[in-house]
Ligand binder design. Sequence first.
Ligand code: CFM
Length: 544
Amino acid sequence: MPDTPLPILEFPVSAEQLRDELIKAYPPKVARKRGKQIIVNDPAAPPEIGANSRTIPGIISQRGCTYAGCKGVVLGPTRDIINITHGPIGCGYYSWLTRRNQTLAPEGGENFIPYCFSTDMQQEEIIFGGEKKLAQAIQEAYDLFHPKAIAVFSTCPVGLIGDDVHATARKMKEKLGINVFAFSCEGYKGVSQSAGHHIANNQVFRHIVGLDDTPHPEQFKVNLLGEYNIGGDAFELEELFERCGIKLVATFSGNSTYDKFANAHTADLNAVMCHRSINYVAEMMDTKYGIPWIKVNFISAQGTAKSLRKIAEYFQDAALSARVEQVIAQEMPAVELAAQAARRRTAGKTAMLFVGGSRAHHYQELFTELGMKTVVAGYEFAHRDDYEGRRVLPTIKVDADSRNIEEIHVERDEVKYRPRKTAEQLEVLAKTGFNFKDYAGMMAEMEKRSLVVDDISHHESEKLIKMLKPDVFCAGIKEKFVVEKMGVPCKQLHSYDYGGPYAGFRGAVNFYHDIERMVSARVWKQVTPPWEKGPQVEVVYARQ
Ligand code: CFM
């Protein structure tokens, strides 16, 4: 059967030829591996994609390290835990305020996010061990701030020299009488920051969740998991929940506090936004406390409406559903108006998205609302289930790199476990097609024969831009300026380019405006990249 070109693209070659073009400069072994990570999509039966495997040395990947995933991503947005980086100063310094997670401490409340705490390891500690200096740092932080909790994050050298951060944390916990715990999240521990998410989930669950049983009087209590308040997204959602009459017990971890984690097990539902970074906590809370979880997406207006309705449906309460419908009805006219206005300039345009482990999927819905097509997308570090859906979980091969990450064994808590639904209630929900613990993944929602690229390399990004000339390229700061020098606007979906919020209804309107502006600016056509002006250095890959 002849290959059909990618949807709406007047691209002269097939998706397969496009893939071959991306990998043809690589040595054969590298090309074989990359070939498995570049897939022509079929939403009805997503083909297997190579994911969560090591990046080949020499390839310019956009991934981050395990320490970044643990310290920056999961614990970063929590304002009242003192996060001490145990390591050389660079690790603390470069993870200091570089992620745009915001927080809002109440009058007199603690906020340690603006501080950078580090043990500043020197040669002496590398040679003779750093535990003593770590204990001193914990003591010093305690004396200065008297926090509720102190967390210690291991960097690469700590793992290499074998400091026992957990023993030091235990010792200091006893001495100070506050919660002190540590993470074995050395940068090299996994193939990407994804390993750091898992390590963070384990320790937050083990050391904090379940410590405070104070009940809440409200009727509809949920936790929002995998929402990190980038650009103020969580503020938008907190307000939305409140207007709907839904009590947000804890968010993991946008705008969060230590006490909220400790009390999270009192909620009756876990709503999971970023499946990749937090599904472990959702699973563990289900097993230990009986809290079911559902997948939601508050990025895009349709996604927000759908997610609010899903939460209301879970509680099976007519008054709640009516309130949710009322809020949706209040918000939708402004959204429709903004989308219509933007579509005059955005409709028919194309986007590429290469972001993290959830946004490359979630933001496609916003582009659909703008009448734009996502022609190529991929995650930096997601796993097969984020691409192909959770149904593939049993078939994912556990390799040595994954085995390196602790799987904690969780059991039902005989005292605190409480089923949130009776068997009959579950049956009623099942009849309406209500899905628990389910995520269909990115590929099920992408066009047939669009291209999916895992852990995209710099070289492949350049090729794609040259060949497909997208109207907007969504990525991060590492790619941004190279892409823009090529004459294509780059929207940062990690930091939002200092814009946002983009979550919820009002967030969607913000996004429509920003994208409309970007794709209709003529300035991009005026750009002549420096490498087309001056002399060039040619690099060829060595054949193996
Ligand atoms: Fe989840 Fe994230 Fe993402 Fe992520 Fe991240 Fe981020 Fe991201 Mo940058 S937790 S996987 S590790 S949604 S920091 S808030 S934007 S890569 S797509």
